[in-house]
Design a binder for this molecule. Structure first.
Ligand code: 2M8
Length: 446
């Protein structure tokens, strides 16, 4: 197959109908009474940003489920507006996932819902997902769902703006690498280096992930020891966001999280016009987020966005795919969008109208690029999907088409895997991963 051919239209197992069937079967198999698990083995509960991506795909084939997916997630919203990154299914056996509800102890925290959840959040891509789901499945049922979701989506944004702007600069601060969604990205190596923990503490626990996936494809025990140390610090602080700057061990402004935060305001402006609310304040807030991102996270010397470690007030040096994601902001100035396109097209990321290799999550020319290890190199469909949207928003349809073909080609070659080898395209992690299936459906519909 040439790099130019659409892998979904060349016959064989990669034909559009066959791919759609694979995606729908994967989503159906992962459906669990009111939500979709990311993976039956590795992630058997509900995850926040997974549900958003999943709803976008479900909207095409099971619209009623798309709205239930988002509604069940938002039923677990805390009183302060935070949307927890995991909603635990009480029917699952103890030990089905680590760290489980016994570690998070959300019931002891003020304002937590009755269902057990984590106390962290994930990138707020839900308003964008709700808006896109509605565009795929417009009609009275969708409009009702948007009406119900709108205040909850606004409260989610308010939580992030009011409680998580630790530096007072208009950007949201994440308090754990799990909040970024790119758990062990090299972007977190510098801030994580300052978190005191010993890999040996993991002898006291049983990791669940490494019984279902190769340990060489997952975060290390030292990573997990640090993850637990940060969870414990936040939990023992009652999951309160007061005085975080004084003692919390991990405080970072992430370009992807904040790009999603800004994109949510753009999407809320669209939703507001549909549900008879005022879009004006959302547009004002969206513009402020873009301005803050440019002021605080854009590095003119590299022409890309970098996370800011608030404990040192320095930009992180590693060039990861996170830096490209502000492209999803429609109001990013052309000069900055152009610089990101240069970075995307460089040998580091290789975006092209004819892509030889999948988009990696980390600079593939870096000496510590790891093609097998989770978010330290492998290719992920949700990231490619976001960047493709950004390329379209900033007038690069040919690059967007190249990226789309490359992403579809990954599933044609390996199935709905969680992530893919960034050189060979081989499937890694869970072989039946929900957001891969859902976003494939979205790409096929374009
Ligand atoms: C991964 O994260 C969880 C912790 O939240 C884990 O490794 O156990 C990440 O890929 C995250 O982005 C994703 O939402 C989650 C479920 O798919 O898995």
């Amino acid at each position: 197959m040439t790099a130019d051919a659409d892998p979904a239209r060349t016959g064989g197992p990669g034909d559009v109908a066959g791919l759609r069937r694979l995606a729908v079967d994967t989503l159906d198999a992962n459906w669990e009474h009111d939500h979709t698990v990311p993976s039956r083995t590795l992630y058997p509960h509900q995850w926040s940003w997974d549900s958003a991506f999943i709803a976008i795909g479900l909207a095409q084939v099971r619209p009623e489920r798309a709205w239930r997916e988002l509604a069940s997630l938002f039923r677990a919203q805390w009183a302060d507006g935070r949307v927890p990154h995991i909603v635990f299914n009480p029917a699952m056996r103890v030990g089905a996932y680590f760290p489980g509800p016994e570690m998070w102890r959300s019931a002891d925290a003020q304002g937590a819902p009755t269902v057990a959840t984590s106390g962290l959040v994930q990138p707020p891509v839900h308003a964008l997902a709700a808006w896109l789901a509605y565009r795929r499945a417009p009609g009275p049922a969708g409009l009702d769902a948007l009406r119900r979701l709108y205040p909850a989506l606004v409260a989610q944004q308010r939580y992030l703006a009011d409680r998580r702007d630790v530096a007072g600069d208009g950007l949201v601060c994440i308090v754990h690498p799990w909040e970024s969604g790119l758990d062990n990205s090299p972007a977190w190596d510098e801030p994580m280096g300052a978190v005191g923990a010993d890999a040996a503490v993991m002898r006291a626990y049983r990791r669940h992930d490494t019984t279902h996936a190769d340990a060489a494809h997952r975060p290390t025990d030292l990573d997990y020891a640090r993850y637990l140390a940060i969870v414990t610090a936040y939990r023992d602080h009652g999951y309160s966001d007061r005085d975080l700057a004084d003692a919390h061990p991990f405080l970072v402004e992430c370009p992807l999280f904040n790009a999603a935060f800004g994109a949510a305001e753009h999407a809320l402006a669209e939703i507001a016009t549909l549900v008879d609310a005022d879009p004006g304040p959302h547009r004002v807030r969206a513009a402020r987020v873009t301005e803050a991102l440019l002021r605080r996270l854009y590095d003119p010397s590299t022409g890309t966005f970098q996370p800011r470690d608030l404990r040192t007030d320095r930009l992180v040096g590693a060039r990861t795919v996170l830096g490209l994601t502000p492209l999803i902001l429609p109001d990013l100035p052309a000069r900055h969008a152009d610089a990101l396109v240069v970075e995307a097209r460089s040998a580091r990321f290789g975006v092209d109208r004819r892509m030889d290799q999948p988009l990696p999550t980390y600079d593939r020319t870096a000496p510590d690029f790891e093609p097998l290890r989770y978010w330290r190199g492998p290719s992920w469909l949700n990231i490619g999907w976001l960047i493709r949207r950004g390329l379209l928003a900033h007038g690069h349809p040919e690059l967007a088409a190249g990226l789309r073909r490359s992403m579809i080609g990954l599933v044609v070659g390996a199935g709905c895997h969680e992530y893919f080898h960034p050189d060979t395209g081989a499937g890694l992690g869970s072989p039946a991963f929900s957001w891969t299936a859902a976003l494939l459906l979205d790409l096929l519909a374009e």
